[in-house]
Design a protein around this ligand. Structure first.
Ligand SMILES: [Zn+2]
Ligand SMILES: [Zn+2]
Length: 309
């Protein structure tokens, strides 16, 4: 049976996914449990925030997508200040509880923010733009590491965009987007997946074995991509594209690119029977991250579980 795509799971999907993963890979229980708690809390916070209207609060221009510019690039977040603040504080509470060993770091970030010395809007903008100097400066002021701060911002923005998603769909509907980065937020994928190529679409996307989709590591948006192309460096040279498959689980593999050295886990949903939400599938395949890193490849993006190591 072909599994359903569950890119936007609810709390119950996450709970079920946790049980499935623990049953299958008991050794991963601590890490999967922590991140499933965060994932469930994120879904809850996004729901509490309610749908946030993107066109009302952001100055979005669909025509820029046609030039390959993601929707949220350089968009001012000033009108989202209230929602961002609310999400930031809710996420702080969750992370303090889940990662109690980091509680001091998070309370120091919170103090900095409460004293008006951490401009959340500017920092969010910097995070989205990959401006590492702004992140470094803020982390130093809060006497914490960039990874700890990044984990907080990652989740805050992830929730924010999740709440904006219903009103963003109009912008990306029927969009032909063959970039390796997300059309909404510009982030790289944390996982890809293959589905049956039985629906409509260009022949060149099918490439003899299912259609490939990329799943955004930050906002969870999924978009179709060319199968034999590296999302990180765009090379379509098939000699540069390799993949390594799990021996026990044939639906799980990791794609690696010899040209740029990036790797991306991939799940073949035509073969998989467990139908995990994409972010849970990505965490459950962390053994492939370990394998690829040991072989000298680097992840396409930083993920919540490689930010806290
Ligand atoms: Zn995204
Ligand atoms: Zn590459």
């Amino acid at each position: 049976m072909l599994t359903q795509l569950a890119s936007h799971p609810n709390e119950n999907d996450i709970k079920l996914a946790l049980e499935t993963v623990i049953l299958k890979r008991p050794v991963l229980e601590p890490i999967v449990r922590s991140f499933s708690e965060i994932l469930a809390e994120k879904t809850r916070i996004a729901r509490q925030l309610g749908p946030v209207s993107a066109p009302a609060l952001l100055n979005l221009d669909r025509t820029r997508l046609l030039q390959g510019i993601p929707l949220l690039t350089e968009t001012s977040l000033d009108l989202l200040r209230e929602q961002l603040d609310q999400t930031f504080h809710a996420m702080l509470t969750v992370l303090e509880k889940t990662f109690s060993h980091l509680a001091n770091d998070y309370s120091s970030i919170e103090n900095l923010h409460n004293r008006g010395q951490l401009d959340l809007n500017r920092l969010s903008r910097a995070y989205l733009d990959g401006e590492s100097s702004a992140m470094r400066i803020a982390a130093t002021s809060a006497q914490t590491s960039e990874g700890v701060l990044a984990l907080l911002l990652h989740n805050t923005l992830s929730i924010m965009i999740q709440a904006l998603r219903p009103s963003l769909q109009d912008y990306t509907r029927e969009l032909q987007w063959y970039k390796g980065y997300c059309p909404i937020c510009g982030s790289m994928p944390n996982i890809s997946y293959l589905v049956r190529a039985d629906d409509l679409g260009s022949e060149f996307l099918k490439g003899g074995g299912g259609q490939k989709y990329l799943h955004c590591s930050l906002c969870g948006h999924d978009w179709r991509f060319i199968r034999n192309k590296c999302p990180a460096c765009d090379t379509a040279d098939k000699d540069m594209q390799l993949y390594f498959q799990s021996q026990e689980e044939h639906s799980e593999r990791v794609d690696v690119c010899s040209k740029c050295g990036a790797y991306l886990p991939c799940i073949d949903l035509r073969e998989s029977t467990h139908g995990l939400p994409m972010d849970m599938a990505a965490i459950s395949m962390v053994y492939l991250d370990v394998w690829a890193t040991e072989k000298g490849y680097h992840p396409m993006t930083r993920t919540p579980w490689n930010l806290t190591e």
